[in-house]
Design a protein around this ligand. Sequence first.
Ligand SMILES: C[S@@+](CC[C@H](N)C(=O)[O-])C[C@H]1O[C@@H](n2cnc3c(N)ncnc32)[C@H](O)[C@@H]1O
Length: 377
Amino acid sequence: MAIIFYYMFYPGMIICNTNYSAYKTPVNFKHYSGRTTVSSDGVNRDVNNFTIFFRNPKTLKFTRDYILKNFPNGTNISEFGCSMGQKPYSLLIMLDKYNKKGKYKITGYDFPEVINKARNTKMYGLTNYITEEEMLFDNINVPFLVERGVLSPAEAQELKDTFYHYFDIYKPSESQNKPQSRFSSRLKSLFAKKQKAQDNIMSINEVFEYKNLILKSNMVVKANKKGDKNLELKSGDITQIDKVLGGKKSGVIIFQNALYHILNDNIADFYNYNKSSKNISKIENLFEKVNRCLEKDGIFVIGNFTADHLYDYDKERDTRLLYQDDELLRVYDSSIIHKALYENGFVPIFYEDTEFSAQCDRRYVSLPSVWKKIKEV
Ligand SMILES: C[S@@+](CC[C@H](N)C(=O)[O-])C[C@H]1O[C@@H](n2cnc3c(N)ncnc32)[C@H](O)[C@@H]1O
């Protein structure tokens, strides 16, 4: 019996999920590194390392354009919470044609346990299953980012060509390519449960579980040495950003889809995220340090998770109206994160829709992902 799920990753998309052969997952290489236990401040805790190439594409593109316009002579770009490095590589690729002389230096930071994993292999699984990574495959005619008007076909082709300048396709061994029975049985049981409950809408937890299940690779790539000139992956905790950067300022500091690790003591809270935080003073302290580590006119880039913004859609108030690209956005602002950013000398200059509508009761909201430093604190 066919069940139709509203696919909640992207607006307006519908998927029919009865035919498991629809999942093109021949390669049993983990697409993402899952979780890692890190030891910080003497406490062991789990971090969520999920990431993909070209994630938060609108914010990424805005960041690239901002860098070119405001730092034409170059700057340092410090990306904290970079996980395995897909995001810093995405920026490297997007800046590539302007960076022949190496004026933009990108450093990705994460906990040592995560960075060691990343540096050991620099191997990445890609998926062509309705993601930002689709454009890296040959068999996709109109990739998602083109379909959504984020990139023109020519831009997508250029990014793809540049990507394969920095990455080589890796042929997995037979053992890496064995069938994914665990994956398909978990997926089947997820759908069986929903079928039994006659529920055709996915909850946020199910969206995450589903996304984690389907994101198995159908191609594996390995970074070559060409990126090493302008991109480095290093250990560094953003809460110690002043020490990590050692007084060297950056034009751009990025910490995307990661703030919830600081807001909550336990990563499990992310799934049932609180709309307040025990750790708000840690956050205020962090924003103050970020301000000090930024150059004049520098920007702080965060993610578009409601959990990163402590955005409370139950209490939303239509506080401001804002035009972006000639489009009128309604901006609801009940976030104590935004308040803390304003108090530490930042104003928002770019908004991106939440990644999953399920985060906001099946609606999408625009959340401010790029914050410009307008005064020293
Ligand atoms: C969900 S991933 C997001 C990866 C990437 N930024 C993205 O947007 O796709 C969050 C990452 O933040 C890292 N992280 C959490 N707290 C951090 C901290 N205090 N300093 C540096 N990295 C941190 C985690 O280890 C994890 O790799």
